[in-house]
Structures are given as structure tokens and as C-alpha cells.
Design a protein around this ligand. Structure first.
Ligand code: PHE
Length: 345
């Protein structure tokens, strides 16, 4: 095994280098082969036969290696020449591949930017939650269907822990934390984006993991008008200045009164509209005035303080804005889909 030769051969990047290597190994004068032949001449008669055979074998190996590499380099040169003859130096250079934020994160970022000038900051909470934060602190009764293990992922080893089913436990955590300094700060307002989990079968509109953005405001004398005005502002910033909103009565244990909020269909081409199915309205979030029990749980006096909260589904909104028919596309990370979603911003 002639490792030095093999290494030198592989290192030959072009035909010129190969020619130089050829001269050094098998050239007529001063090459390795030539020097071996001189050794052979000087060798004792009885060794000449074996030594000669060995030298010939080695020389043959070198010549074969050189020939094979020459073939490779000639092919490579042909390819390069073909490329060069098609080269159009007036074309823009190839765009280097680079990473980008996921479309769902870009939408969440946009929401955060819409609310920031209104004084909202971002709060976060854990995805593994306690029953207390996910349910009890939100006035959700013991027998509520959402608490059933058929709807919620409980941790096998810690049955009091679960994967949060909504971002609303961040309301409870944040209120508990800021309650002592609420007066000093004149209240609180924040968004809480994040992942939530429910035991849903996967289909085009359901996934056991999806994203929500929670919004909450606590202050003095806060009413439905503040909620409606804020949502109108935010949803117009998101969907366009001509967007109308509509509040329909609904029920969530942690708000009273509670409502579902619709926006006028931002993509409506009337009758055949795939987004609103011709109704002109799309449901976009749940909201309401804070139930006094939510404030009480955090040690806040509902006679002095009031507020509102909303929760919206990020995938749902992204699907609407981009007319994406299948939610699973957001989780498969197919580069073609992600690139096509550039238009979401
Ligand atoms: N947490 C509710 C849900 O997941 C949404 C909601 C949040 C409703 C805040 C009212 C107020 O469906």
C-alpha cells in the first residue's frame, strides 16, 4: 500500500498537477521509478529477479492510478467548460439560502406590534401547568367537560399537572404576581402568546397542539366599550381599515358577560367565499369582562378593579389571512409552503 502516492494523487486538482506528479513518480529521469531502476542495477545478481518484479508491480500500480485520475480530471474539466460556456454574467448572483421566522411566529409578532403602542407587554407561562392555574383560578368548575381526561393531557406521573389547554392560565399567574403592586402601576395590560394542547384528532382544522394569543387588561371602571374599542383598533390594524367587528353573546366561566367576536370577512368574494362560506363574518376570538372570581382568586378586589380578556387562535387567523386550507401545513415545515407564506406579513 503506497499511501503517500494515493494521497498525492487525490490532491491533484487539475491536469497540470497530475502531469507534475506523473513526472515525479514515473518520469524518465530523477523520478521514484528511475531511482528504483538504479537500485536494481546495483543489486546483487541473485536478488535481481525478485526485486525487479517488485519494482515493476509498483510502477504498474502508479501508472494505473495516474491514468484513472487523469480520466476523472478530464471529465471534471469538460463539465466545468460546459458550465462556463453557459455562464451569463449579467444574471443576478444566486441568493444564498438563509433561515427565516416561521409564519405563525411572524403573525404573533405582528399582533404584539399592534398592541405595543397601547401599552401592552408580553407575558409568558409554562406549557406544563397546574390544575389550579389552568382551571381553578379561572372559575372553571370541578365538573367542567374541559377538565375530563378525554379532553386534556394530564401527566401520568403527576395527575395534578397537565399540558395547558389555553393561554388563560397566564392571566392567573400574572394577576397573582402583580396583585400587590396593582395600584402602584394603575393596573396591568399584556398579551400572552404560546402553545396550547388539547386531545383533538388531527384533521385539516384540528391539531392536539396549536397556538393562542391571550390579551388582558385590568384597570378602574373598565367596561365592554373598552374591550370593543381595543379589539376594533387591533383587528383593523391586522385585517384592514374597513374591517367591522361584531360581538355575539357566549359563555366562558372566567368572563361575564362573555362573547365571541367576528370580523367582517377580509377576503370575501361574496357568495362563493371559502373563508366565510358566504355569511360575510368570521369568528376570530373569545372574550369578555373578567369574572369577579378570577380577580378574587388573585387577591384583587372586584369592587375596585375590573377588566377584560380575550383569547384567539393563531393558526385559525393565519389560515384565514393566507387562505391555507389545511392547518397541518403549518407544522410540516415543507420549504415550498413556508416560502409561499411570505405574503402573510
Ligand atoms: N380561553 C378561551 C379558549 O381557549 C378563550 C378566551 C380567553 C375566552 C379569554 C374569553 C376570554 O377558548
Amino acid at each position: 500500500a503506497d499511501r503517500a502516492f494515493a494521497g498525492a494523487l487525490a490532491a491533484c486538482g487539475d491536469l497540470d498537477a497530475l502531469l507534475r506528479l506523473k513526472g515525479a513518480y514515473v518520469g524518465r529521469e530523477g523520478s521514484h521509478a528511475a531511482r528504483l531502476m538504479e537500485l536494481l542495477k546495483a543489486a546483487p545478481k541473485e536478488q535481481k529477479r525478485d526485486l525487479g518484479a517488485a519494482i515493476n508491480g509498483l510502477k504498474q500500480q502508479w501508472e494505473e492510478g495516474l491514468k484513472a485520475r487523469q480520466g476523472e480530471l478530464e471529465t471534471a474539466k469538460k463539465h466545468l467548460n460546459a458550465l462556463a460556456s453557459n455562464w451569463d454574467s449579467s444574471l443576478p448572483p444566486p441568493v444564498p439560502a438563509h433561515g427565516a421566522l416561521h409564519p405563525l411566529n411572524r403573525l404573533v409578532d405582528r399582533l404584539v406590534e399592534v398592541f405595543r403602542p397601547l401599552g401592552f407587554h408580553v407575558e409568558e407561562g409554562p406549557e406544563v401547568e397546574t390544575e389550579a392555574h389552568n382551571f381553578d383560578g379561572l372559575n372553571i368548575p370541578e365538573d367542567h367537560p374541559a377538565k375530563a381526561s378525554s379532553d386534556t393531557f394530564y401527566l401520568a406521573a403527576h395527575p395534578e399537572l397537565l399540558l395547558r389547554t389555553h393561554t388563560s392560565p397566564v392571566q392567573v399567574r400574572t394577576l397573582l404576581r402583580v396583585a400587590p403592586s396593582l395600584e402602584q402601576h394603575g393596573g396591568i395590560r399584556f398579551l400572552a402568546p404560546g402553545r396550547v394542547y388539547r386531545k383533538d384528532e388531527i384533521d385539516p382544522t384540528h391539531s392536539p397542539m396549536f397556538h393562542q394569543v391571550e390579551g388582558m387588561l385590568v384597570g378602574h371602571d373598565i367596561g365592554m366599550q373598552h374591550l370593543k374599542g381595543t379589539l376594533e383598533y387591533a383587528l383593523r390594524a391586522l385585517f384592514g381599515p374597513h374591517t367591522e367587528i361584531r360581538l355575539r353573546p357566549s359563555y366562558f366561566p372566567f368572563v361575564e358577560p362573555g362573547c365571541e367576536v367576528d370580523v367582517s370577512c377580509p377576503l370575501c368574494d361574496a357568495k362563493g367565499c371559502r373563508v366565510c362560506k358566504g355569511s360575510g363574518w368570521v369568528e376570530i376570538l373569545g372574550a369578555g369582562l373578567l369574572h369577579p372570581n378570577v380577580l378574587r382568586y388573585a387577591g384583587i378586589d372586584p369592587a375596585e378593579w375590573s377588566g377584560w380578556a380575550f383569547g384567539m387562535g393563531v393558526e385559525r387567523m393565519a389560515m384565514m389571512l393566507s387562505q391555507t386550507p389545511d392547518l397541518r401545513l403549518f407544522f410540516e415545515n415543507d420549504q415550498r409552503f413556508l416560502k409561499a407564506m411570505g405574503g402573510l406579513d
